[in-house]
Design a protein around this ligand. Structure first.
Ligand SMILES: [Zn+2]
Length: 407
């Protein structure tokens, strides 16, 4: 069960890149189809101005271009993509999208070779798939109950690539006994609070190393950039290496932390409570605007890229282990006291410290936020408040403000 906004997702999705191996004739056919689709996309562009919604756009163009010879479902996919690209003036690349089993299908030849049947235009062709590690992943996924859902086909550096999208239905949600509030912070990747009858307010700081390590990467990058700008080739190569190294490091640590948290959630049969990422995006743009106007220079901290990476990784790992995830609006989690529920902007004395103006409760700001998230999760799941501070206390009225702010 993934609670995201009001709708709940019923499946999980993964993308597996595969390499296609079409012969000369099939390659020509694919090229022809690709060119036709690109031309079609360009023809669609002027209609965007006159359409009020995606559906309206569909009605405007669908019958008009129906007889171009493009397979109808592929045509619909192009229309969707063109409409979604809000400000696009032209399309240099446009993958061909196929839905299984309507316009594409995975099959095995008599000799046991993997093929994908595609019909971009009226004619259907079977293109061999390179049976490399990617294909083995597909087979493993199939054993695990995943099904091929759709694919995108495009040409990259003279190679035809297929991104296969596989789906798996999610089983029924588990019973939720507690919540884990995860606050993704600037200095600490994740401050977590477990709220469970058997583990009241168990707290942990995870990923302290990340901000520090990224700071180191930043310093090194700055030096190298200086040399590279002067035309030092070795510096440029070293810079590329460094970038790859940083990416791998952050990705690995994100996955490790996500697994740590999810393991805890599985043991305690808890749901994970996270901040809503879209809200944060809005906040970041506001901050960026402030900075442009000459505001305070912000300290180097965890950058947004690693922040959203961790957010998505954690959600994904939780889904794979059937742990429910709740997203809440983060607005007041940093201003509300996790002990008495009093909300005030003045409680945040410094960036790192929270001191409640009502009850004088003093705590690390990240820890306070993660506690609030755990408590919010309890409201969402209708669980009683079982923590060291609030056990047997009535729910304070301020808490209800948070209840209404659950999105
Ligand atoms: Zn307080």
């Amino acid at each position: 069960m993934l609670i995201k906004g009001k709708e709940s997702a019923k499946w999980i999705e993964t993308t597996i890149p595969l390499i296609l191996n079409p012969g000369t004739t099939k390659q020509l056919y694919l090229q022809k189809a690709q060119a036709k689709i690109l031309a079609f996309a360009k023809q669609l562009l002027p209609f965007k101005q006159h359409s009020a919604s995606a559906l309206h756009f569909h009605h405007l163009v669908y019958t008009k271009f129906k007889y171009l010879g493009i397979q109808s479902q592929v045509q619909e996919a192009v229309q969707r993509r063109v409409y979604a690209a809000k400000r696009a003036k032209t399309f240099a690349h446009l993958p061909m999208e196929f839905n299984f089993p309507r316009s594409g299908r995975l099959i095995l030849s008599k000799r046991g070779n993997a093929l994908v049947k595609l019909s971009p235009l009226k004619q259907r062709i079977a293109v061999p798939i390179l049976m490399n590690g990617g294909w083995r992943r597909v087979e493993e996924h199939r054993k695990g109950g995943w099904e091929a859902h759709s694919c995108k086909v495009f040409k990259r550096k003279r190679i035809w690539v297929m991104h296969l999208i596989m789906r798996k239905a999610l089983p029924l949600p588990q019973e939720v006994e507690g919540t884990i509030g995860v606050d993704i912070g600037r200095k600490i990747m994740a401050a977590i609070t477990v709220n469970h009858p058997n583990f009241p307010f168990v707290e942990q700081y995870l990923g302290k190393d990340l901000a520090w390590k990224q700071h180191q990467f930043y310093n090194r990058r700055k030096t190298l950039q200086k040399y590279a700008a002067q035309g030092d080739r070795r510096a440029r190569r070293a810079l590329n290496r460094l970038r790859r190294k940083e990416t791998t490091y952050v990705q690995t640590r994100c996955a490790q932390l996500a697994h740590e948290i999810v393991d805890l959630a599985v043991i305690t049969r808890s749901a994970i409570v996270l901040e809503n990422l879209t809200h944060l995006r809005r906040m970041w743009t506001k901050q960026a605007m402030k900075r442009k106007r000459g505001g305070k220079k912000t300290r180097r901290a965890l950058n947004r890229w690693s922040y959203s990476l961790f957010h998505t990784t954690l959600t994904r790992v939780a889904q794979l282990h059937h742990v429910p995830v709740v997203f809440v609006r983060p607005q007041y989690t940093s201003q509300t006291c996790s002990q008495c529920g009093h909300r005030s902007k003045n409680s945040r004395t410094t960036r790192d410290l929270f001191r409640c103006v009502n009850c004088n409760f003093t705590v690390n700001a990240d820890r306070n936020a993660s506690r609030n998230l755990a408590l919010l999760g309890q409201v969402v799941f209708g669980l009683p408040f079982f923590n060291a501070y609030r056990s047997f206390l009535p729910v304070p009225t301020e808490r209800r403000i948070l209840r209404s702010s659950v999105s």
